[in-house]
Design a protein around this ligand. Structure first.
Ligand code: CA
Length: 226
């Protein structure tokens, strides 16, 4: 689960990030509106935590642009106690929930978890390519009706490939989405994981679905019919 925090107040941003990382989430932190928007548009986040008062582009601008660009991830916005009109405005613009500063971390975490559950329920339950199927809610994978047991990382990797099927996914993107590693990380980890995944979902079957794109990354797709 990947969360983006857009918050210019350094202490608050660092505190929220630290707490969410300790709770097991993958977290990015942006310190102004434009940086935040840029990350949110390209980063595949499951949730955005959005401060309203931000330099360069305020929270409303970020939210509006995100929704117009078709991004439907849940947004939790953070507002000041004396700005009652903000709450209405934020919800009208398409935010999902808000918290009034200052708030207890436990309450923040509870809101985050609720929004993530709600977001999940809206996603398709079954992802498919050829005869490979993934039930993302029940966490089951089958190919040609044969049940396949995957580790948590293998499952996350396959889910990413399935959600982006037909696209070439660079190792750096896989690293950041599945392992929370940055671009300089040792990408050998990814090659090893892909090899293990292939051994389970591709090697015993035909046709092969996971393709290595030399010098670029990996793609999952059904081969074209001859
Ligand atoms: Ca602020």
């Amino acid at each position: 689960m990947k969360i983006l925090i857009i918050e210019d107040e350094p202490k608050t941003g660092d505190y929220l990030r630290k707490g969410l990382v300790e709770a097991g989430f993958v977290v990015d932190l942006a310190r102004d509106g434009l940086d935040g928007l840029h990350l949110a548009l390209g980063g595949d986040y499951d949730l955005v935590v959005l401060d309203v008062m931000l330099p360069s582009l305020d929270g409303w601008g970020v939210l509006q642009t995100l929704r117009r660009a078709g991004h439907a991830m849940p947004v939790l916005f953070l507002t000041a106690r004396d700005r009652v009109e903000d709450r209405v405005h934020g919800l009208e613009l398409g935010a999902d929930d808000y918290l009034v500063k200052p708030f207890a971390f436990s309450e923040f975490l509870a809101r985050v978890r609720t929004l993530l559950r709600r977001g999940k329920a809206q996603e398709p339950e079954i992802l498919r390519v050829a005869d490979l199927e993934m039930d993302t809610i029940r966490r089951r994978v089958t190919r040609a009706d044969v049940r396949i047991t995957l580790t948590a990382k293998e499952f996350a990797l396959l889910e990413l490939l399935l959600r982006r099927q037909g696209q070439v996914l660079p190792r750096s993107l896989i690293a950041s989405q599945v392992w929370d590693m940055n671009f300089d990380s040792d990408t050998n980890v990814i090659d090893v994981a892909v090899r293990r995944l292939r051994a389970k979902v591709d090697e015993p079957f035909e046709p092969k679905l996971i393709r290595t794109v030399r010098g670029m990354g990996y793609a999952l797709e059904a081969p074209e019919q001859p």
